[in-house]
Write a protein that binds this ligand. Structure first.
Ligand code: TYD
Length: 218
C-alpha cells in the first residue's frame, strides 16, 4: 500500500456551503477507513489563526492587495510546514477548506495581482504542492453572499470576519468566474459541483465523485 496520504481541497465563493461539506466529507472518508485530517485556510495553525484575524477584520479597510496576498501565502506556508506536509508524509489524508486556488481567484483575479507573482511565493512556501483532487462548489454569488451575510449575523461574526462579505457583487462575480476558469483548465484535478441545492444532495454528489476517484486510485 502506498504510504503517502492524499490531499483534497474544497473551493468556492462565500456562502457556497464549503464548511459543512468539508466536515461531512471528512466523516465519510473516516467511515471508509481512510485516516484523514480536516483543516482550513486561513487559520489551520495557531499562527494562522492570528493571521486569519488580521485578514478578516472588517476594520482593516486600508489593507493593500499585496499585504493581503502575502498574509494568505504566509498562512499557507506555515500550514504546509506544520500540518499538511507532516500529515501526508505519515500516510494521513488531508482535506483542506481552501488552498492556493482561492489566492489565485481572490487576490489574483478579483484584486488584480499577477498570477505568476502569487505562484512564485506559493512555491516558496509549499514547494508547489498541488492537491490530488479539488472539489469546486459552484454557486451564484447573489445566493452565496446572502447566505454568508446571514451566517455572519447568526454567528455574531459581522465585526470580526466580515471583510470579504463587505465587497461589492462585481468582486464576487470575478471570484466565481476565476474559479470556473481554473477548474476548466485543469479537469484532471477538479470536480465542479452545483452547490445551489440542498446540502444533502450536494453531499451525495461529492461522495459519488470521491468514490469514483478513490476507486480509480487502486
Ligand atoms: P473562509 O474561512 O473559507 O470563509 P467562508 O466560509 O466565508 O468562505 O475564508 C475566509 C475568507 O478568506 C473568504 O472570504 C475567502 C478569503 N480567502 C482569500 O481571499 N484568499 C485565500 O487565499 C484564502 C485561503 C481565503
Amino acid at each position: 500500500m502506498e504510504k503517502r496520504g492524499r490531499f483534497i481541497t474544497l473551493e468556492g465563493i462565500e456562502g457556497c456551503g464549503k464548511t459543512t461539506q468539508h466536515r461531512m466529507l471528512g466523516e465519510y472518508l473516516r467511515a471508509q477507513g481512510i485516516p484523514c485530517l480536516i483543516t482550513k485556510q486561513p487559520g489551520g495553525t495557531a499562527i494562522g489563526q492570528k493571521i486569519r484575524k488580521i485578514l478578516l477584520d472588517p476594520g482593516h479597510t486600508r489593507m493593500t492587495p499585496v499585504c493581503e496576498a502575502l498574509l494568505y501565502l504566509a498562512d499557507r506556508a506555515q500550514h504546509h510546514a506544520e500540518v499538511i506536509q507532516p500529515q501526508l508524509a505519515q500516510g494521513i489524508w488531508v482535506v483542506s477548506d481552501r488552498y492556493q486556488d482561492s489566492t489565485v481567484a481572490y487576490q489574483g483575479a478579483a484584486r488584480g495581482i499577477g498570477r505568476d507573482d502569487l505562484n512564485n511565493i506559493f512555491r516558496l512556501g509549499t514547494g508547489g504542492l498541488q492537491p490530488d483532487l479539488t472539489i469546486l462548489l459552484d454557486l451564484d454569488p447573489e445566493v452565496g453572499l446572502q447566505r454568508a451575510r446571514q451566517r455572519n449575523v447568526d454567528e455574531d461574526l459581522v465585526h470580526t470576519e466580515g471583510r470579504f462579505e463587505d465587497e461589492d457583487m462585481a468582486f464576487h462575480y470575478r471570484v466565481r468566474e476565476s474559479f470556473l476558469k481554473i477548474a476548466e483548465a485543469d479537469p484532471d484535478r477538479f470536480t465542479i459541483i452545483d452547490a445551489g441545492r440542498e446540502p444533502d444532495l450536494v453531499a451525495a454528489d461529492i461522495r459519488h465523485h470521491v468514490d469514483e476517484w478513490v476507486a480509480a486510485l487502486v
